[in-house]
Design a protein around this ligand. Sequence first.
Ligand code: GNR
Ligand code: NI
Length: 174
Amino acid sequence: MSKKKILTVPDPILRQISNPISEVNSEIKNLMDDMLETMYEAPGIGLAAVQIGILKRVIVVDVSKDAKKKEPLFIANPEILSQSKDLISYEEGCLSIPNQFAEVQRPSMCKIKYLNYNGETKELNAEGLLATCIQHEIDHLNGVLFIDYLSKLKKDLMLKKAKKQKKEIDRVVV
Ligand code: GNR
Ligand code: NI
């Protein structure tokens, strides 16, 4: 396993649409392992492959609170089968938009179909933070970021702050 660099806005790769995988082979398992390590190190509760520059429809999620009892989910080719009408609001963050948070409303429940680490087809009924996180990650696979749900004013401010932070990091490195 190895930790990968996480891309941040305004990297144009984050706006690309990821491609379905044909099967969960050793290369995909390797990718899933690297993504999980990268997510735990960040730390974050979810990560999409595009965030480490790989345009494949693969995500990892772990919303468990207890750091000792990890509950990772490996999800490839997710399909949303249904979403509840009622919405829930969470303060969202994104590893690709560091240090910035905003309330986002999404369906409170979603049902998905996907391939797991062993290549088996699974269905999952998610609610609460898990549902929010899964929908946030599936958005990444479609080039969508949580700031896209905010007003133009808030979105532009967050993008501006992200660009400024990037410049500051560059200055330290150079
Ligand atoms: O670590 C993360 N926390 C989070 C909090 C609320 C809603 C979604 C998320 S996902 C985020 C990690 C990330 O950027 N995944 O793409
Ligand atoms: Ni994100």
